[in-house]
Design a protein around this ligand. Sequence first.
Ligand SMILES: [Zn+2]
Length: 698
Amino acid sequence: MNNHSSLKRPESPSRNKIELLSADWRARSVQEPQPVRRPRAVIYARYSTSNQDEDSITRQIESAKRYIEKIGAELVMPADRFADRALSGAYIVTRDGLNDLLSSVARGVFDLVVVEDADRLSRDLGHLGELHRTLEHHGVELHASMRGKLGLAEIAMYGFLSAEQRAQLKIRTKAGSKQAAEQGRAPKGSIYGYSSASQGHGYLVVNVEQAAIVHLVFTMFDEGVPVRAIVRHLNREEIPSPQGKQWSAAGLRGSAKDGSGLLRNHRYKGVLFYNRTETRRHPDTGKRTLLMRPEEDWVVVEVPEWQIVDTALWDRAQDRLAKSGATVRVRASKKHDQLLPGRIHCSCGAAMTSVVKHSAQGRRLQCSAYVEKGTCSIGHSVGQAYVERNILRMVRDGIVNERTVEAFEAAYRDEARRLAADVEAERATLEAKAIKLDRDIDQTWDKTAMSGFSIERVSGWRAKWENELADLRERLKCLPRLDRLPKADASGAATLRGAMSELILRIPSPLQSADDQRLLASIRALVPRVELAFAKGGRGYTLRVDARLDGLLPAAERTPAVVPVARLLEAAFGPTQWGRMADPDRRDEVTKLAQARVHGLRDHEWQAIAHIFDAIDLRAVRARDVVDAALFHLRTSTPLSKLPSCYGHPKTVRCALQRFVGAGLWHDAVDELGRLHDAVVVAGDRTAFDRWKAGPDP
Ligand SMILES: [Zn+2]
């Protein structure tokens, strides 16, 4: 295997040490002292459902900005720094902006958070209370641009109101869709193939252009064109998809379970189902699942004027869908959990998806843009388990090794020490200035020293210096706390290395246990992204692994980079080799066993049989090695063609062994060894190579 591994360290520009301190602190150390400090504000914004959009975020931010100006505060971070898009308010687990906000609270860089209203933070009362407690604990106030400062009582009330409103909203949509169904109107938003009619909301007419596309898709499918080829055709012709983007195979084929997919849509044959499915959300993860309602709840209406595809054609399409395995095949097997789901990318940028081409081959990785949309031309695939093992090996040897870990820890500690020295120097300067100012202020009360100056002048100085002193004290308070600097304890690395080696031998396998899940989390923290570039003709591939050294630290210590943490690991691999001996780790293990001659002859055993082989002149290889190799092959099931090189070249060894067997020497030797009391031979060794006697070499 062609395996050039290289470890590239991105250049780190020699940064001014001061830059490593928080931006806020830097700003304060260069700013002119200000007499009165304005409260520092940040904004949190969120929109949740599909009918709200980017405008909603802009509106929330504008209103928050006006509010901040009104109360005389100062916006200290970019207005959209903490914004969550298209996430529901009821669940906080997946909201990056909010999590970012919460982790910034502890740093004490702002005094108040402005939201449009309480329900932007969370619609769950419990969460709201928790969030408020967290903010309060760090002395941060919560303000709503619509209402002003929010205390716990207000939060409880508004939180309750929005939960109530939410429940009402749900009832309203359900009732609305039933009513619309009974009036022959479309219950949901726009539907591909139709446009809104002038009668008003929900009334539809056939859109001639889109209907032609629907008809084309059904006809092509009926003629036996594979779904993927249809998708490629549509994308090549640059026909916009129902979502206005690119077409995908999943979008046409959908799933039999929930009746989704263009080819399964009843509307196109003029039959409408209402109230057939509902979306439920998991209370913890917030993930949506589409569920089929019981049939008696369905509302079925025939609307012949909406028919685009004739009934026979539509029915034939359903038959073909049922025969072709019904659903998108990529989900065929779940036995092997992906090590890095969504993180391995094709060189076109799209994620690689896990596909099953043939059940005997196991899962393979293939570009999702090629499989689903036909927009990528790289159709090669590669065994997922091989790629995962290669990535693990690269990360284990390139990152999770003693030398790298020690160098990283040392760099981290050095930087922390330098930082500490800078902070101490700054503190000393500020304190000296403060002492001098204090003395100057004292002097202004000294009548003799101040004689000759007017009272107004003296009190003017005093006021100015007192302001300066107050500001100095504030700046002293804002210096970073040294006990908060990261400690860089990567002591878990050795254990992680062992666990990774063990995992390499186990892949592919389900990774369900709690230990496995923890291990996966550690590995994913180290590897945010991998690029897989196929060599010409798909023979072999190159892996570029973006690794992060701070993934070695406990999660709590992963502070914004103090030292450079990104590493690029790159290695090229030849075409996948099959069989157990293709795995480098297994090969290493076997080689070690062979070198230790665990299964080899002991000296007195060899002396007992050495004379048997005198008759044959082997030249390139020693007779004792050939016998040892044969025993090793029998004990470890290592194929003769893959024997470790310590026995000599596998072909030569095999040739010599064949000559031994042909001349009857192998039988003689095994018999002789059998007569020794503690000999290494077992039953079966004698006849193990008899196949070579029967006829020509297989
Ligand atoms: Zn691609």
